[in-house]
Design a binder for this molecule. Structure first.
Ligand code: NI
Length: 189
């Protein structure tokens, strides 16, 4: 099943998400659906709050972001109840986008390396280190389960420059080639 993607302005995107209990029903199916939804929208990551589920789960496939020399080194994985336990290395800037904020791309600075603890879909615990573009995708998705959006990092000036665009997205006045759920429209129903 392909879920509609929840648009900027919906309060679910600003809430810290809840831990998932081990008896959570149909978790594998949800993870499969999240991958399908992510690929359908040509994204490289999708977090559960972006389909209006306030739970600590995200999926990534960083392969499309790999440059020529790193082809094949992308990571496709689901992260359940993740905790970033270390972040280090030099901060580097990269122009990020978000499926919940179509048409907006801005440079965000993040540390180059992370250590993350998480569960896989069989509830095995892992502690892994990632760097470069895969770390970047994880950091962006991890922020989603913490209720943080990449636009939160922008300077006051940048925020003012995109204010109207964000307001339009909230109202559903935006083009995307995937189905979205807009807060202003769903309230009217
Ligand atoms: Ni995002």
């Amino acid at each position: 099943m392909i879920y509609p993607i929840t648009a900027y302005g919906d309060p679910v995107l600003k809430e810290p998400a809840q831990d998932i209990p081990q008896d959570f029903p149909d978790l594998n199916e949800l993870v499969d659906d999240m991958f399908a939804t992510m690929y359908h929208a040509h994204g490289v990551g999708l977090a559960a709050p972006q389909i209006s589920k306030s739970i600590r789960l995200f999926v990534i496939d960083s392969e499309p972001m790999m440059d020529e020399e790193d082809k094949g080194k992308g990571v496709k994985k689901a992260f359940i109840n993740p905790e970033i336990i270390e972040e280090d290395g030099e901060e580097w800037g990269f122009e990020e986008g978000c499926l919940s904020i179509p048409g907006v791309r801005e440079v965000v600075y993040r540390p180059e390396r992370i250590v993350i603890r998480y569960f896989d879909t069989d509830w095995n615990e892992h502690t892994d280190t990632y760097d470069g573009m895969t770390a970047r995708v994880i950091q962006h998705e991890y922020d989603h389960v913490e209720g943080i959006l990449f636009t939160d990092y922008l300077s006051g000036l940048k925020k003012r420059l995109i204010k109207n665009k964000l307001a339009k997205i909230t109202k559903g006045e935006v083009d995307s080639d995937y189905r979205m759920k807009f807060p202003a429209l769903s309230k009217r129903r």
